[in-house]
Write a protein that binds this ligand. Structure first.
Ligand code: HEC
Length: 136
């Protein structure tokens, strides 16, 4: 490989990294407002947002990168319990799919009352906020 080919491929790689991270990186501040408006009726987020959840599991200990279905004392749906048993972890791509369309990602989920976040940007923002949990 000659030097210019090497340089070009390095430049292409750098460019692709820059583009993919620009797409993937959400805005945690916008995400916080969005989560406050759309998720706090059902979920608690601890000190990050001073509102209590009700029908959903508390997410205040953080959820990104954690195993699904493990919040103590919460009675999950059979669908989520099954996926949890199969080892589902809330990696960002899985959360993204779930938040886009909860019912499609988990059959019979108890989160069916939430229609999902159709906007790619809103989901990225919400996930960026969820990554800031737990708030010390
Ligand atoms: C109408 C109430 C409701 C709303 C609104 C809602 N959720 Fe949920 N959520 C639930 C319920 C109930 C579950 C449990 C699902 C199950 O058992 O299938 C859940 C589960 C989850 C889980 C999986 C938790 C775990 O322990 O595995 C995540 C993550 C989640 N919700 C995030 C969100 C986010 C982010 C929002 C806002 C964009 C949101 N939810 C809006 C009710 C809701």
């Amino acid at each position: 490989m000659n030097k210019s080919v090497l340089f070009l491929s390095a430049a292409a790689f750098a460019l692709s990294m820059a583009c993919s991270s620009a797409w993937a990186a959400g805005d945690a501040e916008k995400g916080k407002k969005l989560v406050e408006a759309k998720c706090t009726t059902c979920h608690a987020f601890g000190k990050a947002i001073a509102k209590a959840g009700k029908v959903g599991p508390s997410l205040e200990a953080g959820i990104v990168g954690k195993p699904a279905g493990k919040v103590a004392g919460f009675a999950y749906s059979p669908g989520l319990t099954k996926m949890s048993g199969e080892g589902l972890v809330w990696a960002e791509d899985k959360l993204d799919k779930f938040l886009k369309n909860p019912k499609e990602f988990i059959q019979g989920t108890k989160m069916m009352a939430f229609p999902g976040l159709a906007s790619d940007e809103e989901r990225a923002d919400a996930i960026a906020f969820l990554k800031t949990l737990p708030t010390p």
